[in-house]
Design a protein around this ligand. Structure first.
Ligand SMILES: [Zn+2]
Length: 384
C-alpha cells in the first residue's frame, strides 16, 4: 500500500506542477503542494457545466487539508513469527471504502478454515489426519458456543474480494477427497439445526457410471453440500515440474466435470496434496477460480489480511511458502481438525483485537478517505 500511495502522490504532483507553474516558482514547495492538492480536488468537485472561471478557489486563502498517514495493517504476536499477514488490495481508497461501508462485514470479522479428511466412529482405525465422531461433534459444539457460523465458498470469496457481509466469526468446513453421500450425514444435523454448509473437495476423475458420483449428485441437489474443485488426477501434486498442460487439465478439468455433472461452476480450488506454484495460481485465476486452499495451517483470515510465509522454513519443511505466488486469496491457510479446539479462543480474541485496532484508527482512516478518496470514489454510504 505504501508504494501505491507514493505513486498516487507522484501523480498528483505531476498534475499540479503543470497546473500551478507560475506560483511554484516563488512559493514554499510544501505549501504549494498542499494548496495544489486542494485546488485539484476543488476542481474535481465542480461540475464542468457550472464551472465559472472567475470563481476558481484561490489556494492561499484557505487552510489546506493534509491527508494523515495511514496506520499499518493489524499485527498479532499469536501467529508463528514467520507467518506474516499479507494484504492483497493495492488501492488504499478501494480498501477503505470496502472496510468502512456499514453494509459490509464489520472490521475484525474473522474466518477459520478447517480441513476434514476422515470422520471415524472409533479411534482404532484413525489416520493422523482424521477425527473421531465424538471429537467432531465436540468441535462443532464448541464452534457454535464461541459464536462461529459456517459459510460456503462463494460467501468466502465475496467476503475476501469486497468485504461482503458474513457472520463476525465464520468457519469454512471443507471435506476433501472421495466420500460417499453417507459420509456427509455427520454434517447433516448441523445443517438442519443451524443451516451450516460444508464444502466437498470433489475429485473429478470419474465419469457418469461412478457410484460415488451418482449419489453425490443426488446429495448436491439438497443444496447444503457445496461441491468445489479438488483436481482430476488428484494424486499427482502440482509442483514446479508440472507442465502447463497438466496444470490446465487439473484446473479446467475440474470445472468441466463439476459443470457437467453438478451443473455448477466452482469458485474454489483445493490444491491436491497442498501442492501449488506461482504458475498454478496464475492458471487458476485465468480459468476463473476466486479462492484456493492449501494445507498450511498458518492462522485465521480476515478481509485483506492473510497470514502467509515468504520463504521456506527449516522448522516446518512440509509447508510450501505462499509468498512467491503473490496472490494470497489463492493460497489460503487451513487448520487440521485436531488443531482447532486448542486454537478457537485465540482466534476469537484475534478477531476482537483486530476490531479494536480498526476502531482506534477509524477517525484517521475516514479523514484520509475524505481528503484523498472521496473526490474520486464518492463518500462512504452512511458516513458523515
Ligand atoms: Zn485430496
Amino acid at each position: 500500500m505504501e508504494k501505491i500511495r507514493f505513486i498516487l502522490n507522484l501523480g498528483l504532483l505531476a498534475v499540479l506542477l503543470a497546473a500551478c507553474q507560475p506560483a511554484a516558482a516563488t512559493a514554499d514547495p510544501g505549501i504549494v503542494m498542499t494548496a495544489a492538492i486542494e485546488t485539484a480536488f476543488a476542481q474535481i468537485n465542480v461540475p464542468t457545466s457550472t464551472l465559472i472561471p472567475t470563481e476558481t478557489p484561490i489556494p492561499t486563502a484557505t487552510v489546506p487539508r493534509t491527508p494523515p498517514a495511514l496506520p499499518s495493517a493489524f499485527t498479532t504476536t499469536v501467529l508463528h513469527p514467520l507467518d506474516t499477514p499479507h494484504t492483497y488490495i493495492q488501492d488504499s481508497c478501494q480498501y477503505l471504502k470496502a472496510k468502512w461501508d456499514p453494509n459490509h462485514a464489520a472490521p475484525g470479522t474473522i474466518v477459520l478454515v478447517i480441513m476434514f479428511h476422515g470422520i471415524n466412529k472409533d479411534s482404532s482405525s484413525l489416520d493422523a489426519n482424521d477425527i473421531t465422531v465424538k471429537d467432531f461433534d465436540k468441535l462443532m459444539g464448541s464452534l457454535k458456543e464461541l459464536g462461529f457460523e459456517a459459510i460456503n465458498a462463494t460467501q468466502l470469496a465475496d467476503f475476501l474480494d469486497s468485504n461482503a457481509p458474513i457472520p463476525k466469526r465464520s468457519v469454512v468446513l471443507t471435506y476433501d477427497d472421495r466420500h460417499t453421500a453417507e459420509a456427509f450425514e455427520h454434517f447433516r444435523p448441523y445443517y438442519e439445526q443451524w443451516g451450516w454448509p460444508v464444502i466437498n473437495g470433489w475429485i473429478s476423475a470419474f465419469g457418469a457410471d461412478d457410484q460415488f458420483l451418482q449419489e453425490n449428485v443426488v446429495l448436491s441437489k439438497e443444496g447444503w453440500v457445496d461441491y468445489q474443485a479438488h483436481g482430476v488426477i488428484h494424486n499427482i501434486n502440482i509442483s514446479p515440474n508440472s507442465t502447463d498442460e497438466f496444470i490446465r487439465s487439473e484446473l479446467q478439468g475440474s470445472i468441466d466435470n463439476l459443470k457437467k455433472h453438478f451443473e455448477k461452476t466452482p469458485v474454489a480450488y483445493i490444491w491436491p496434496g497442498g501442492g501449488f506454484t506461482p504458475r498454478g495460481a496464475q492458471v487458476a485465476r485465468e480459468v476463473g477460480y476466486r479462492v484456493g486452499f492449501t494445507v498450511n495451517p498458518r492462522g485465521p483470515i480476515m478481509f485483506n489480511w492473510i497470514p502467509l510465509a515468504d520463504a521456506p522454513d527449516a522448522g516446518r519443511p512440509a509447508f510450501i511458502p505462499e509468498g512467491p505466488v503473490n496472490d494470497p486469496r489463492l493460497t489460503l491457510p487451513r487448520y487440521w481438525p485436531t488443531q482447532v479446539l486448542g486454537a478457537l479462543d485465540t482466534i476469537r480474541i484475534m478477531g476482537n483485537d483486530a476490531a479494536a485496532y480498526a476502531e482506534q484508527n477509524k477517525a484517521t482512516e475516514l479523514e484520509y478517505y475524505d481528503i484523498v478518496c472521496a473526490p474520486i470514489l464518492g463518500s462512504i454510504p452512511g458516513m458523515p
